[in-house]
Design a protein around this ligand. Structure first.
Ligand SMILES: Nc1ncnc2c1ncn2[C@@H]1O[C@H](COP(=O)(O)OP(=O)(O)OP(=O)(O)O)[C@@H](O)[C@H]1O
Length: 242
């Protein structure tokens, strides 16, 4: 479904990604991990068209989308959430999701977009909060809103950036359940960046590890957890600090 070929991205003197190649198959849930600053968010930005790569290519469902602007990538069916959630804070929950439904691949009529937005708000568990301004939501609720907004464009590929960060254990558990329901009911392929490794390891089928902008490992969670290189650059420290 998605292929990255030799992707390099520089910001001034910083090489955020160096020659990164990967494949994601339809229906997979792939985790993307690595220390702070290893290039995970940058890779999401390159895939979703927020930053064109300096070198390399992104291929989505057989089409080269390298350098496409983010709205074009969204229309093709790739949605992303952001590590720092960014709803329209003055708009209510339902209004935020309706914008995505109108803007995305599908709905052209306001009535259909509204129906779709209400279904999604219900799906992510925010029905009671539908008419609350986004700025008044808790962090866990904002993350759910972010997911509903991403789903509102009817993506086939969903990029989730740290949806567990800052949540308490009960909220993480319920976010894991939500992701499982998203896969079941929407059949979307998911790539997720995560520092909450325990949750990631039990959710993903395959994990890609970045370190200093390079892909250093890739495999099943158990293989990754046992990889000495990964443990030395990341896992030892991450597990030690929880
Ligand atoms: N817009 C930007 N302008 C300049 N430098 C950037 C920009 N975005 C990222 N970088 C740099 O690129 C490198 C990779 O950053 P990135 O945010 O992709 O890492 P990350 O793995 O997502 O980190 P974290 O786990 O802390 O979110 C870092 O050195 C960062 O400072």
């Amino acid at each position: 479904m998605l292929q990255g070929i030799n992707i390099t991205k520089r910001f001034g003197g910083v090489t955020a990604l160096r020659n990164v190649s990967f494949i994601v198959n339809a229906g997979e849930l792939v985790g993307l991990i690595g220390p702070n600053g290893s290039g995970k968010s940058t890779l999401f930005s390159v895939i979703s068209g927020f930053h064109p790569p300096d070198e390399g290519a992104v291929i989505f469902e057989g089409r080269t989308i390298t350098g496409f602007p983010s709205h074009a990538v969204a229309r093709l069916g790739i949605a992303r959430t952001f590590q720092i959630v960014r709803p329209f804070t003055g708009m209510t929950v339902i209004e935020n999701v309706r914008v995505g439904a109108l803007y995305g691949r599908g709905e052209r009529s306001v009535a259909t977009a509204d129906r779709r937005a209400r279904e999604l708000v219900e799906f992510v568990g925010l029905r009671q909060r539908a008419d609350v301004p986004a700025r008044n939501l808790t962090l866990a609720e904002k993350k759910r809103l972010e997911i509903a907004r991403a789903l509102s464009i009817q993506p086939r590929l969903l990029l989730l950036d740290e949806v567990f960060a800052g949540l308490n254990p009960a909220e993480v558990r319920s976010a894991i359940d939500l992701i499982a329901r998203i896969r079941r009911e929407f059949g979307v392929t998911i790539i997720m960046v995560e520092h909450v490794l325990k949750a990631l390891m039990e959710t993903c089928e395959r994990v890609i590890v970045l370190s200093s902008g390079e892909k250093i490992a890739e495999g099943a969670p158990a293989e990754i957890a046992a990889d000495p290189h990964v443990v030395s650059v990341y896992l030892g420290k991450a597990y030690a600090t929880g």
